[in-house]
Every structure is written in C-alpha cells, then in structure tokens.
Ligand binder design. Structure first.
Ligand code: CUA
Length: 361
C-alpha cells in the first residue's frame, strides 16, 4: 500500500513538472519558436524525425498489445502452441527492410540540410569593386565572454552581437583559450568554437529583436568550459538593414576615441589609469581579432545585460567592478586586482563613465 502511494506521488510530481517545462518556450531563447530561416528548417527536421519515431513507437506498441491480449494462455488453453515462424525469410526481410527505409527517409533530408547549412562559399564573393557581398563576423569565445569582430566593416564589439535582418550572416568561429560553443537557440546552431581551427556557418535573422523581452535574443555558450560556463551568455540585437547601417556608422565614428588620465571626470581618469590597458573604448581598434585582453566597451551603455547575465544598472556595475570573482568565478578580470581596490567614490564615477559609453544615444 505504502509503495503504491509513493509511486503515485512520484507520478504526480512528474506530471506537475511537465506543466512547468511546457512554459519554457520563450521567443527570445526557444529552439521551438525559431526566428530565422536556419532555425526554422532545423525545427522542421526535428518535427520530421519525431514524427517518424512516434509512428514507429505507435505501430510497435499496438502490435505488442495485440499479441499480449490475443495470445493469453487463459484464452488459448494450456496446450496451445502458436505457429512457429523462426527462420521465416518473409518476416526477416520485412523487419530488416522497414528500418532501412525509415533510416533512409530520415538521413536524406538531414544530410541535404546539413550540407546546405555548411555551404559558406558566398563568404568569399566580391562585387565589381572588390568588396565582400556577404556580412561576415569573426566570433572569438573567451573565458567567459564573447568578442564579435566585423573585419570588412573595421569594427569590433563584445557581449552583444548586432546583426541585420533578412540576409545570410556568415560566422568564423574560434576560441582563444578552451573549447566553447556558439549557440543562439532561437535562430539556429549550435557550433563549437575551437582553439586550433575555425568553424564556419551562417544564420539568418528574420525578426527584429526590439519587441522581445529585453529587446534581444539570448545566446549561450553550449560547451562546458569552466566554473562560469553557465554565465557565459551573450545577447543578439537584430536590426532592420537601415538601422544596422547607421549602427555601423556610429561604431566607425568612435575611431580614435580613448580615455585620458588627466580628465577632469574622475570616472574617465580612473578608467584610463586602471582599465584602458585591457578594455578599448574605440570600436575601431585595428587590432587583429582576439588580441584584446578584455571586452571592448565602446557601446557598453547600450548593452541590455551586465557581464552577459546581470541586470544592467549602476548598483550592479559597482558591485561587479569591486569584486568580479564573486559574480563570475574564474574570470580573468578578477586576477587583475584585489577586491576593494577602488573607493566608493571611484566605483560610482567609473560606473557613471561606463554607462555613458554609448553609440546609440
Ligand atoms: Cu564557454 Cu561554456
């Protein structure tokens, strides 16, 4: 009696959890609500395979239940001996051919789609002036942040990927330290970023992110990479082509921007003396991708999240600068100075300065 009750409880718990899980599909992060051509096609493949699997499960279950009920000893009698089919060529052929056919039906569209998504030939195409026709972004994954370099536009950003809608965006993916994996669940992927080779693929962003919660799609690191793996998030802002072009122009206009130790602004002076060695405040760095020690902060004030996952406000920013290790264990900034290095006055001024770094205002 007790045992039956326990099982019943477990079953109820699982049932309730299913209800919770069914609410996990948020547009900005769900693979099940694709927002781009690549994600949609991957989703369709998923539905297609599940349909085939469900059909197999249903047919097998029906046959099983039928045999189970029909050949019960109470119905057939004690001495009943069913027809022996061992070694039947017909049956063996049937149950060998059906799985082969099903696997072929599954494999052909999967392979065709996989090769299509791996086709990055258009990355190298140029127009009559020798300019690349497709937008390519070099992604460098680092412990625990992301750098996005636009080599043909001469700009670099970090933590928030900005892309235009309605065109194929090509990615060169690599890692600077250990293996990570680049994943924007709603849009497609994922793909590993490795240290010793560059992986390439493309994505299509069909929907502007403005209407979403926080105004962005969520991106994740999908490869266990260290203590802060779960916090290695990035965000994706998708803009209509004209808005994207004007964002690019504003980023390009930051060329040469820097911070001065002699500034009358305490925040800027503190930043220049302590942070500028690792963090650039000009998007046009001229540095090869991956050369920057810390995230580029040119458009820091425009970001939707702090450190990829925290609420983007002054209070959190001060706490973060004061002791980064507390929030993202294992990050490199935490090794650069001791917690408590900055006074409250300096922290407040630094936070004001950083939140003022914007190309969108
Ligand atoms: Cu980077 Cu997990």
């Amino acid at each position: 009696m007790m045992k039956g009750l326990k099982k019943w409880r477990l079953f109820s718990l699982l049932a309730v959890m299913t209800v919770f899980l069914s609410a996990c599909g948020e547009e900005y992060i769900s693979t099940l609500q694709p927002a781009g051509a690549v994600g949609k096609e991957q989703f369709n493949l998923l539905l297609f395979s599940i349909t085939i699997m469900a059909l197999v499960t249903i047919v097998v279950s029906v046959l099983y239940i039928y045999a189970f009920l029909k050949f019960r000893r109470s119905k057939q009698g004690e001495d009943f001996m069913p027809k022996q089919v061992e070694g039947s060529h017909v049956l063996e052929t049937i149950w060998t051919v059906i799985p082969i056919v099903l696997l072929l039906i599954l494999a052909v569209p999967t392979l065709i789609t996989t090769y299509k998504f791996g086709d990055v030939a258009a990355m190298e195409q140029v127009d009559e002036n020798g300019n690349k026709t497709a937008l390519t972004i070099d992604v460098t994954a680092k412990l625990y942040w992301w750098e996005f370099n636009y080599p043909d536009l001469g700009i670099v950003t970090s933590q928030e990927l900005v892309v235009p809608t309605g065109e194929k965006v090509y990615f060169n993916l690599k890692a600077a330290d250990v293996k990570h994996s680049f994943w924007i669940p709603s849009v497609g992927g994922k793909m590993d970023t490795n240290v010793d080779n560059i992986n390439k693929f493309y994505l299509v962003f069909d929907e502007e992110s403005e209407g979403l919660k926080d105004g962005v799609f969520y991106g994740k690191c999908a490869e266990l990479c260290g203590p802060s793996h779960a916090l290695m998030d990035f965000k994706v802002k998708t803009l209509a082509p004209e808005a994207f072009d004007s964002w690019v122009a504003s980023m390009q206009a930051t060329e040469g921007q820097t911070a001065s130790q002699d500034s009358a602004d305490l925040g800027e002076a503190t930043f220049a003396a302590n942070c500028l060695g690792c963090h650039a405040v000009s998007s046009v760095t001229g540095m090869p991708s991956g050369a920057a020690m810390g995230p580029n902060l040119t458009s820091f004030g425009d970001r939707s999240h702090l450190a990829g996952f925290m609420k983007h406000d002054k209070e959190n920013l001060m706490k973060w600068i004061n002791n980064p290790e507390e929030f993202k264990p294992g990050n490199i900034m935490a090794t650069a100075y001791e917690p408590g290095k900055f006074s409250d006055e300096e922290l407040s001024a630094l936070a004001d300065y950083l939140l003022g770094l914007s190309v969108e205002k």
